[in-house]
Design a protein around this ligand. Structure first.
Ligand code: P71
Length: 460
């Protein structure tokens, strides 16, 4: 028997609790049918443990709540904006800040500022909203992540790395004039929360500097990425998460951020840049889509909570407990024989639906099916990250991603270790009757980001 006890513990104690509703299987069956077998369409009151996402679902600290009471709700020049600006400049090193209502607000503005129709944007695997905003601005996304990232069993410690040969080919084929920037995510979400290494970032910086191409950093989960650099990369064991994060940012020219993840807030995001001209243009656009440039769609109190959340997110003890909890769940699932993406990532456990339900073809939506079955079994809500999420190409064909995954995403500072035990046991329960599980067919498909609202029926 392996020893699954880990030497981490939460660096906080619980001051307030939110009661959960437990349901029967009959209630859950009714709920998932009404939701068209799509976990996005469930009512949260029907959910016991909610692992849909780690986005906007974190528990704020007493300090953040106290900060909310200090909201300066002036239309222009709110004190809280300057606190946030200071937190971003000090911790991430970017010069100019544009707050936005959340990550995709920043992606919209950044894409509109930097992309011209016909451009190419290489990146280390797509993210749904990021790629869509690039495409809506007229660009084509090209995946330049290393091949290992598409293999759920490969143990590469930095599956978020860019393959510089692939990037070189894209540059040779299209020329630097067509490539406004390369889009680099830390903790690559769709690959399973996999990190990029500092060495790879440094090489990428040297390459892009030679060609005059920007690096735009999707820094949504940068602190979790820093944890893996500290644990796995030579020379970083003695550096703090704060130092590592600042170094990561220093190799990039600008960023988009969904502060709903790392930065421990329920709403908020920003765009940051080191270039004055880009900032000026973005500051012009933010007033069209989000709000004045000193609030960007947020209340003063939201910006204050974010400024404090950024500080808390960079604490070593916080991040070790956060990733430690994810690893605890992952090791438990592995001990039960549940097929998961290796190595275990930073924000959740990604169950491999192709191996879990090998009798289903990708057209029968194995990950969508598995997410519905897990909910039916225990009221645990997870998210499909496979063929439904990947959507269709501009020409209407489906993307068929290699990874067909169900994400068990862990909100920060919310659930206990006993919750993790219940979750793993539910995955085991479903695994025991996997052979008898039938797939789904899609009966309603929205045009954009179809996974949010698509509806399904069971195949018989
Ligand atoms: C997540 C989310 C939220 C989400 C978004 C789309 C579909 C399902 C769930 C959001 C991210 C993200 C990265 C790396 C940008 C955004 C957009 N993730 N980059 O994982 O993970 O940020 O949601 O604040 O607009 O559940 P936004």
């Amino acid at each position: 028997m392996k020893n699954y006890k880990h030497s981490w513990a939460e660096p906080y104690k619980i001051k307030m609790v939110e009661l959960l509703r437990m349901t029967t299987r009959a209630q859950r069956l009714k709920a998932i049918k009404e939701a068209g077998f799509n976990t996005f369409l469930l009512r949260s009151e029907d959910v016991y443990i909610d692992l849909l996402t780690d986005s906007g679902t974190s528990a704020m600290s007493d300090r953040q709540w106290a900060g909310m009471m200090m909201g300066d709700e002036s239309y222009a020049g709110s004190r809280n904006f300057y606190h946030l600006e200071n937190a971003v400049q000090k911790n991430y090193g970017y010069k100019y800040l544009i707050p936005t209502h959340q990550g995709r607000g920043a992606e919209n503005i950044l894409s509109k500022v930097l992309i011209k129709p016909g451009d190419i944007v290489p990146g280390n695997m797509y993210f749904t909203t990021t790629r869509l905003h690039q495409e809506l601005a007229g660009a084509t996304f090209v995946d330049v992540i290393i091949d290992e990232a598409h293999d759920p069993l490969n143990e590469h410690p930095f599956k978020g790395n860019v393959d510089l040969n692939k990037l070189e080919k894209v540059v040779q084929e299209h020329g630097t004039g067509k490539i406004p920037y390369i889009s680099i995510a830390t903790s690559v979400n769709m690959a399973g929360g996999q990190p990029i290494s500092m060495a790879n970032l440094r090489e990428l910086r040297a390459f892009t500097a030679k060609h005059g191409i920007r690096i735009i950093h999707d820094m949504t989960r940068v602190a979790e990425n820093a944890h893996f650099i500290q644990k796995r990369e030579a020379g970083y064991a003695q550096k703090s998460i704060r130092e590592i994060v600042k170094e990561i940012c220093s190799y990039t020219d600008g960023a988009t951020m969904s502060a709903k993840k790392d930065a421990l807030v329920n709403i908020g995001g920003f765009m940051a840049t080191n270039e004055w001209e880009v900032f000026e243009e973005a500051r012009n656009l933010v007033v069209v889509y989000e709000g004045l440039h000193t609030y960007g769609g947020l209340a003063g109190r939201d910006m204050e909570a974010m400024a404090i959340g950024i500080e808390e997110s960079l604490d070593d003890n916080h991040i070790h407990a956060r990733v430690g909890q994810v690893e605890y769940l992952g090791h438990l699932m592995e001990s039960y024989g549940v097929p998961i993406v290796r190595p275990i990532g930073g924000h959740g456990i990604f169950v491999d639906a192709k191996r879990f339900l090998p009798h289903l073809s990708q057209d029968e939506f194995p990950a969508q099916t598995l997410a519905a079955e897990i909910f039916l079994d225990s009221g645990v809500r997870t998210m499909e990250r496979g063929v439904v999420s990947a959507g269709r190409k501009a020409n209407g064909e489906n993307y068929y991603p290699k990874l067909e995954l169900v994400r068990f995403t862990i909100p920060r500072r919310v659930y206990t270790q006993a919750h993790m035990d219940v979750i793993a046991e539910s995955a085991l329960n479903v695994l025991k009757r996997a052979k008898r599980i039938k797939g789904l067919q899609m009966v309603y498909e929205p045009k954009y980001l179809r996974f949010f609202q698509a509806r399904f029926e069971r195949l018989f």
